[in-house]
Write a protein that binds this ligand. Sequence first.
Ligand code: SAH
Length: 223
Amino acid sequence: MKRLSRRIGKGMGMTSERTRKRLMERLRGGGIHDESVLLAMESVPRHLFVDEALASRAYEDIALPIGYGQTISQPYVVALMTQAMLEEGVPERVLEIGTGCGYQTAILACLVEQVYSVERILELHRLSRRRTFDFGLRNVRFRYGDGFEGWLENAPYDAILAAAAPRQIPQKLLDQLAIGGRIILPVGESGEQKLFKIIRTPEGFKKKEMDSVHFVPLVAGTT
Ligand code: SAH
């Protein structure tokens, strides 16, 4: 948090304090109670992650298009997944699948030591890498690749978050979790997706079903 609010938390004009505060109230009302998550959500300027034409809607609790048929996730869902990730304590190394516009990436970078983020669309990968660098966040490494493969070189991870839904939970991602690590991901076909949290214990995997959600599908390969 210190990192981001110090660097970009000031003077971003454009969107009023009021619309941001309203979003924070909505998140609280929806059950987001982790103060570090709320602070990160308040500090990261979501309007700078979308097209200028959409900036005025950036603090509504909705997904918005980011080009290439993809969307920036709904703030509530970003907050919910991040809060679920922190329940057992703050993870050090986090893998994100589906960088997209880099919004969730920035939230994670405010909260944990090191973020690794994989994206399969080259333009989004490049744009987010540049944006994150411009924001002064230096604890993120980006990879252009297929998230179904995870990022083996840096495994194991204390947490993995996926922003796109596979039909089944990819075994390769489970394998890259540290003992005590957790993965939070949407699973299922469009229209019937559920968010899951799976914790790797010394004995195996403990699976917990969370909310119904709407994510873009996790698509194999790169473009
Ligand atoms: N958290 C992002 C969400 C972007 S939408 C944001 O707020 O912007 C999900 C992203 O997952 C898209 O950018 C999509 O290209 C990416 N994606 C889908 N399948 C993927 C895969 N197999 N590997 C890596 N990224 C993938």
